[in-house]
Design a protein around this ligand. Sequence first.
Ligand SMILES: Nc1ncnc2c1ncn2[C@@H]1O[C@H](COP(=O)(O)OP(=O)(O)OP(=O)(O)O)[C@@H](O)[C@H]1O
Ligand SMILES: [Mg+2]
Length: 508
Amino acid sequence: MDGRKRPSDMTDSEPNEIDATPRASALIESLRSFGYSPATAIADLVDNSISANAQTIDVQFNWAGPDSTMRLTDDGDGMSPQQLTEAMRPGSSNPLDSREDNDLGRFGLGLKTASFSQARSLTVASRHGLTEPAASRCWDLDYVQRTDKWVVLTDNPRGRELETLLDGSTGTVVAWHELDRIVDDRPATDARARKSFLAMVHDVRLHLEAVFHRFIENGLHIRVNGAECQPWDPFLEGDGNTEVLQNEKLELLSPAGATRQIDIQPFILPHRSRLDASTHKRAGGQKGWNLQQGFYLYRRERLIVAGDWFDRGTKPEEHHKLARIRVEFDQDLDSLWALDVRKAKARPPASLKDDFVRIARATRKRAEEVYRSRGRKSVGPAPRKGHRVPVWSADTSGTSVKYVINREHPLLAATTAEPSTASVIGLLKLIESTVPVDHILSQGFRDERLIDSTPGSDEELRAMAVELFCALVRAGRSESDAKLIVNEAQPFDQEASFIQTLDGSRCK
Ligand SMILES: Nc1ncnc2c1ncn2[C@@H]1O[C@H](COP(=O)(O)OP(=O)(O)OP(=O)(O)O)[C@@H](O)[C@H]1O
Ligand SMILES: [Mg+2]
């Protein structure tokens, strides 16, 4: 306790004071409106499980129309009956108090506000040690409405059912009933209602995969309706093609007066041409590439903000989408970063604003260079894994750039008996001299999707790869040689696994 008085400690006999205890029935409804989504609400519960040292967290949404429910089970330290009562209290701890290093909480509210935001009934069962019994408590918003009292229910049927789940183990179970903010009165048989419920469950999983990716990478198991969460790394650090820019350490004075370092690491993600289609799609994130550019704020390994420039004058731009900057801060700096109750918002302290603007500008500049270098990449000196054979090359030796079709490309060699014959050379020169540069420039380069330079459907691309492979085999190349050549030639260099399945005996 911090020594401050609770309303119930006050009496009318004290001078100059009038009791202003909140009305339970009104305030508890207001606590529902902190702006959580189902995903941010579940993330707030997962925070609590992680703080309680859980190794496995199981989230289960059950579709049953208006009677749908959610249950989160963890194998963490659990709570004694007294701790559980305290945990159910809105404002169970003071945000000004310092916290253990691994504690992701701050406000003493999350369990309640996150749950109330989605459901009218919150039941928690917990067991701290095997020698202690499990206990349960339930907030029932209708009961609070009726009684206008801040009371939780004990020994109720929902609680007793959850307690049985803790037979023989420690941990905590959180259950939501009456999900009035998630479902409406459509019955369980309504296919569209069910579909949107399942889409919500999918969103929850993607959100947890991003927010807790570092914990998952370090061995935490989170399951959502049975599906194991896979870490979503915003920087594709394992990919090898991400550019890691200069790291910076900024200094900040903590509220306690200590000098603290803020670690800032800008990344330029690989250009689309360097990623296979599924990696590219997933790396885009839940909001998509464009909206996921900017700063990523981590607090104690937990992702709080996933892409924001923190600058009113700077909007997300297509040509800056490869810029992502990692920032880390500790929980004792929460007040300086204006962390919100949902742990979904924070912004840099005013004293760091100029540095953020400077680092953002430099990172965007480099991101734009990589973004615009698309054509050059396929022609330039940095082919994928040092092997790619481009279709185009750029001759920059003169005052202007000349784009030339690569005479060494194996498809060109394989599909013409003699590629140096006058007619073939003439055709190539014709194409090179009529690249519609004016037209392309007049379209502007604001959005690369405007220019469709894909080689056709996957089937067409693969048919071309088969054609090249067979032409090489017929020309006397070994199968493994032919696969290597196809694999290294643009645009087939993104099709490695398909190329491995090619079979020379089908080329006859
Ligand atoms: N799954 C859990 N396992 C063990 N203890 C828990 C669990 N969930 C909640 N608690 C206890 O209940 C307390 C209240 O949780 P609540 O989420 O409301 O607030 P908080 O985590 O302290 O702060 P914040 O509002 O920032 O989340 C926690 O501090 C913790 O002691
Ligand atoms: Mg919490």
